[in-house]
Ligand binder design. Structure first.
Ligand SMILES: Nc1ncnc2c1ncn2[C@@H]1O[C@H](COP(=O)(O)OP(=O)(O)O)[C@@H](O)[C@H]1O
Ligand SMILES: [Mg+2]
Length: 349
């Protein structure tokens, strides 16, 4: 199918969405598109006559969490292309689910453990070594990631996990994070960010308040020590962007620190290679990977996700091509996603 004959459906959000840039791309490149509302009851009907759907759904959107995976699977079932596709959606914001899919393809995931009852969790806690990294299956910015240093600390965590459970969004943690950013970069922008954090503390984001309580499982990973950074790689089709994210002062966690370097080196190249291979194996259109280098210097995966935040690669200096050569370029991830979808459609029909 030729680009000029295609008709794309775009679900549009103004805030924190790829859709404004997708619309801009279509306007600039004469790609026909219409806006649709995936939350509508008749969405299946609405999509008749379109060639593909693009919907950047968010992990903090409790409504999307209720049906995005199922809608996307149903569309794919009838052969209708969607971004993100069914597998990309299925394992989004679900570290427990990712463990199974990554283990199934022997990806170099950091050894990860999951338990669904307190007795088995405690039995493991008594036999394993510490520290370990305990996490919730959902969340971002390292809010739900904790270093557990002892058996007693782990048992306390397990009691909560199999008791009243955890909130997956933390209003307090978000403010702490914003204050940390302000201390590092005393700008008006980071100051205003604290005010926004205070506002969100009082009036939480309506999208996230109804997210379910996380309970009745315990998920943990081996702790990879001495990492002053993690390596984030975002693969979209035949391009990959990467950066080193530095950990917060006195902390082992890089995600959400806001500190990073674009430096290009061999360790990143190794991660990019694994990232391309894994994306192909899983048949996903895009995957963001977090990697750390272990004590043997081997790249280990922390987690995957179909999408990254809008500003994650905003000032990027270039991308890797599939043959691992480097190309200097301005980075517009939204354009890469829509271009990849268009070339898929050109190939398919
Ligand atoms: N097993 C681990 N060993 C060492 N560092 C880790 C491990 N897991 C996570 N981290 C650090 O913590 C950060 C947040 O963890 P991650 O699982 O990616 O959660 P989030 O979804 O919040 O980004 C990572 O960016 C990394 O720096
Ligand atoms: Mg992460």
């Amino acid at each position: 199918m030729k680009k000029e004959n295609m008709l794309l459906a775009i679900h549009h959000h103004i805030e924190d969405s790829y859709s404004p840039k997708w619309i801009e791309y279509c306007e600039k490149n004469n790609i026909k598109y219409k806006l649709v509302n995936c939350y509508d009851n008749d969405i299946m009907e609405q999509l008749k006559g379109f060639d593909a759907l693009l919907w950047h759904w968010s992990h903090i959107d409790y409504k999307a969490q209720l049906f995005a995976r199922q809608l996307i699977y149903a569309l794919e079932f009838r052969g209708f292309p969607v971004y993100p596709n069914a597998i990309g959606s299925f394992f989004f914001d679900d570290k427990v689910g990712e463990k199974y899919i990554l283990e199934s393809i022997d990806a170099p995931l950091i050894p990860s453990y999951v338990f669904y009852d307190k007795k088995s969790a405690n039995r493991w806690i008594e036999r394993t070594t510490f520290p370990k990294v305990f996490k919730l299956r959902s969340g971002a910015g390292a809010h739900n990631v904790k270093l557990i240093k002892s058996v007693s600390e782990a048992k306390k965590y397990a009691s909560k996990a199999f008791g009243k459970g955890f909130f997956s969004t933390h209003r307090g943690a978000a403010i702490k994070n914003r204050i940390w950013h302000f201390k590092r970069d005393k700008s008006l922008k980071s100051f205003l960010n604290i005010s926004r954090g205070l506002y969100r503390f009082v009036i939480p984001n309506p999208k996230s308040v109804a997210l379910p309580i996380e309970k009745n499982y315990l998920y943990a990973q081996d702790f990879i020590p001495n990492c002053d950074h993690d390596i984030r790689v975002f693969v979209v089709g035949d391009k990959a962007i990467s950066k080193k994210r530095m950990v917060r002062d006195g902390d082992f966690r890089a995600s959400g620190s806001g500190q990073f370097v674009w430096e290009i080196d061999e360790s990143q190249k190794e991660c990019v290679k694994i990232a391309f291979e894994t994306t192909e194996k899983l048949g996903m259109q895009s995957i963001a990977f977090d990697f750390v280098m272990d004590e043997k210097g081997e790249a280990k995966m922390i987690e995957i996700s179909y999408a990254v935040g809008l500003t994650a690669f905003l000032d990027g200096i270039g991308y890797w091509k599939r043959d691992l050569s480097w190309r200097e370029s301005e980075i517009v991830i939204e354009d890469y996603i829509i271009e990849d979808m268009l070339s898929d459609l050109e190939r398919q029909k």
